[in-house]
Design a protein around this ligand. Structure first.
Ligand code: GRG
Length: 302
């Protein structure tokens, strides 16, 4: 049965797809001899994917009564950065995966060199997209947008997602502490999810209290997302996930499953979900869709 939530999620992810297509098309110069790289970029960017991060961002903006047009360049930029990270993570030199989003990984189709460059191009396209919006913005929106952009840069940077990936690589085959595991995920996946919540908070001028609550919310959904991702690597399947499962154990990765086991991981997932939802109390009924999204993160099978 298709629920009201499903319809709204599909509507929001469609808004994102339309805008991603728009922003990435601006970058294409068909006359140029390197235009073929654009096919590689588009192959991964438009391959589907849940669009969870930008959908969360739209839900936050709606809750704050904020115009979607103001935040779309920033949310699409986050999805571009996320896609770049997946392309690079799938490379033989990293996780060496053959499938992603239900289709062969970028390097399987375009070769490793072009996959590296497609990732690089997406990262830069993200910043071009945001900067081109900032440069034409009203002065009264300028500060929030620059703050959002700075947050996104840090979240994906050397002390953010990239740091998390370094910890992930360095922890393979080792026994790591609980705090290192948490820090690794906070950086590797949590930071960009946090940016999806806080970029709209900056741009939509959230109050100090709203900002603080959204920060708590984002940290808890980041944790819930990662615990669920680790659970799905054990119980998920290719049809739903669009990639091979079970890789964490084969690669001897440090995960919530290797640290706590499946049942205890489910308890921790429930706890993080509950904490995320309770940090939305101050928003009252306006938080309804964001609460459903949080429950989706807990219950998803893809
Ligand atoms: C290569 C710099 C660099 C970083 C890679 C985030 C990351 C760091 C790698 C991705 C590896 C991975 C599978 C991490 C687990 C969490 C995660 C990001 C899952 C995929 O995200 P979803 O489920 O994917 O939102 P879709 O395809 O729906 O967008």
């Amino acid at each position: 049965m298709i629920t009201h939530f499903d319809k709204k999620y599909a509507k929001f992810s469609n808004v994102i797809n339309v805008n991603l297509e728009k922003y990435i098309s601006i970058q294409k110069d068909a006359e140029m001899p390197w235009a073929s790289l654009y096919n590689s970029v588009k192959y991964s960017l438009m391959a589907g994917g849940k669009r969870l991060r930008p959908v969360i961002g739209l839900a936050v903006a709606e809750m704050l009564d904020c115009d979607f047009e103001k935040i779309l360049p920033y949310l699409c930029a986050i999805e571009m950065i996320h896609t770049y990270s997946l392309i690079h993570d799938d490379l033989p030199v990293m996780d060496n995966d053959d499938y992603r989003r239900g289709i062969p990984t970028n390097h399987k189709v375009f070769g490793e060199a072009k996959a590296v460059l497609a990732g690089d191009a997406l990262l830069n396209s993200a910043f071009e997209t945001m900067l081109s919006d900032v440069s034409t913005s009203d002065l009264n929106e300028y500060k929030g947008k620059v703050d959002a952009m700075q947050f996104i840069a840090k979240a994906s940077g050397i002390n953010g997602m990239i740091a998390g990936q370094v910890l992930d690589i360095d922890s393979e085959g080792k026994k790591i502490s609980e705090s290192t595991l948490k820090q690794m995920h906070k950086l590797k996946t949590g930071a960009l999810i946090k940016a999806s919540v806080l970029a709209p908070a900056y741009i939509c001028s959230a109050t100090g209290e709203q900002f603080m609550k959204l920060e708590m919310f984002s940290e808890n959904i980041g944790l819930a997302f990662q615990i669920k991702d680790d659970i799905l690597d054990v119980v998920g399947n290719f049809e739903n996930m669009g990639k091979k499962m079970g890789g964490d154990e084969i690669k001897n990765k440090s995960t919530f499953i290797s640290m706590y086991g499946l049942e205890q991981s489910k308890v921790k997932l429930r706890e993080a979900t509950r904490n995320a939802i309770s940090s939305l109390d101050i928003f009252g009924e306006k938080a309804a869709f964001l609460i459903e999204l949080t429950e989706f993160i807990e219950k998803r099978n893809k």
